[in-house]
Design a protein around this ligand. Structure first.
Ligand SMILES: [Zn+2]
Length: 266
């Protein structure tokens, strides 16, 4: 990559994350309909089932429009946690387009921009000041980690994944939240839904089937038989505190690790 590419990337990233903080007005949940209205962007349903893409930004008849697959064309648009993230992500694309006129030219640039727009979406939906006010730092237990994740998801109208990623990223203590899909016929040890971690600890690729030797395969079977909403402490190598929490469709594993800062307020 040339120096100018890298300088351009840094400038775009700085501008976009600055925009996220400014547009979010420091609170959540943000009113996305009001925001797109202010920016002059439309939202329409595509009127057919979801394809591989969650949404896209189109320039139609002189206006920018966010197109959501899987939403009826004629009905009012419904923004659940997933759609809210998609809309926030597409606002990121709009800002990059509007402010820099930048479009990626290769696969590498494309994915870099995708990552940046995801980062923008996270910052817009869960602004850092509001998050810090909500989440006690540093967290003192795996229970607290999973409780904050659920609370911020509910109050911020975002997915558990988006919430966990943001909370874990802010944690000064090594922390991990993994959503495990319960064991079934094709994945007898369960599989990975998503992973949020601030240290490289778990090989957490989405959809990866857990094997019998896997760090978390025991955890998956341990959590699978719990009733929805129930939790259980578990022991995992290296973790100072770990827990499984059964949600209706996934098993949430949360853990904190021992190499925490010296001072942990009680
Ligand atoms: Zn995108």
């Amino acid at each position: 990559m040339s120096v100018s590419d890298s300088e351009r990337d840094v400038a775009i990233r700085r501008a976009l994350l600055g925009d996220a903080e400014a547009l979010s007005v420091g609170t959540f949940p943000i009113d996305l309909f009001a925001l797109v209205g202010r920016l002059g962007i439309g939202i329409v349903g595509e009127g057919r089932a979801s394809g591989p893409h969650l949404g896209r930004l189109e320039h139609r008849g002189g206006n920018w429009t966010i197109v959501l697959p899987g939403q009826a064309r004629s009905e009012p648009i419904l923004l659940g946690p997933r759609e809210r993230f998609t809309v926030a992500h597409e606002i990121g694309h709009y800002l990059v387009e509007a402010r820099f006129g930048y479009r990626p030219t290769g696969t590498r640039e494309y994915w870099k921009l995708e990552t940046l727009c995801n980062e923008f979406a996270s910052s817009l939906l869960l602004p850092i000041a509001a998050l810090q006010a909500k989440v006690r730092r540093p967290m003192v237990s795996a229970r607290e980690l999973v409780d904050f994740t659920a609370q911020v998801a509910r109050e911020g109208k975002v997915s558990l994944e988006a919430s966990a990623r943001r909370i874990v990223a802010l944690s000064p203590i090594p922390a991990v939240v993994v959503a495990i899909l319960p064991p079934d016929r094709t994945s007898p040890f369960g599989s990975v839904g998503w992973t949020a971690q601030n240290r490289e600890w778990f090989r957490g690729g989405r959809g990866r089937k857990l094997g019998p030797e896997d760090l978390l395969s025991g955890v998956a079977s341990n959590g699978a038989d719990l009733p929805a909403g129930a939790s259980r402490q578990v022991t995992v190598d290296g973790a100072s505190d770990a827990m499984v929490n059964r949600r209706h469709d996934v098993i949430l594993f949360s853990a904190l690790f021992a190499d925490a800062p010296a001072v942990v307020p009680g």
